[in-house]
Design a protein. Sequence first.
Length: 277
Amino acid sequence: MEAILGTEITHVYETEARCKVSLDGVSLSVRSGEFVAILGRNGCGKSTLARHVNALVPIQCGRLEVQGLDVSLPDSAVTVRRSVGMVFQNPDNQFVSTVLAEDVAFGLINHGFPAEGLEASASAALSSVGLEGFEQRSPATLSGGQKQRAALAGVLAVEPDILVFDEATSMLDPAGRREILERIRYLHREQGRTILMITHNVDEAVCADRVVVMDSGKIIADGSPREIYADRGLLERAGLEQPLPARLYTDLAHEGIVLSRCPLTDEELAEELCRLN
């Protein structure tokens, strides 16, 4: 089943000074249980696409279905927003309370969950992201990674079908970034969640099933991480660089040293180099 199915989506932002085409005839499908990374430099249109998926930005032209619902229909927005949980770049913008348990419960109330059991549901959601015992903590006392996990708990509490991470690690330090990426991988591998990850970071997209590369409002490539990262020219056209293992793969090929595959991680690179001996 297609969790997300978009056809010829176009979106234009208009200001007094100019019009900017954010999406230009984008077509995209994401299967249920699939992990897809939308990769591109800032301003390429990937965040606008994410906001269409969550019905935060209305469709101007084209068609988008989420879990079989046409997001352009007026009565679909509420259902789509419950079906699609979104974690944004800055976790501080997602908190509405000074107490974590109350913050998670607010999301449940907002989506029409019954009052009974809210406390238990909030505690369970916080525990699911490794924040057991943090119910009475203030978001202000948390590290960046813990804040983003708390924001994720608020999303998971309403049991969405699809999770969208919009540059969710870009404001975190390396430790916080690892925390969130590990949690995303867990949600996909262990729980079979459908995940759409919006990122400009080529290293982050390595763990996805598919990488969709965007530039200037268009999709310019769609393939496995290994296929995408082996193509230096493609990434350069999109204003991106190969991850280090893939960059070494390309450099070695130029010197006539051909590895059996394009390595995606340092571990894979080490394995490939060992095979040369």
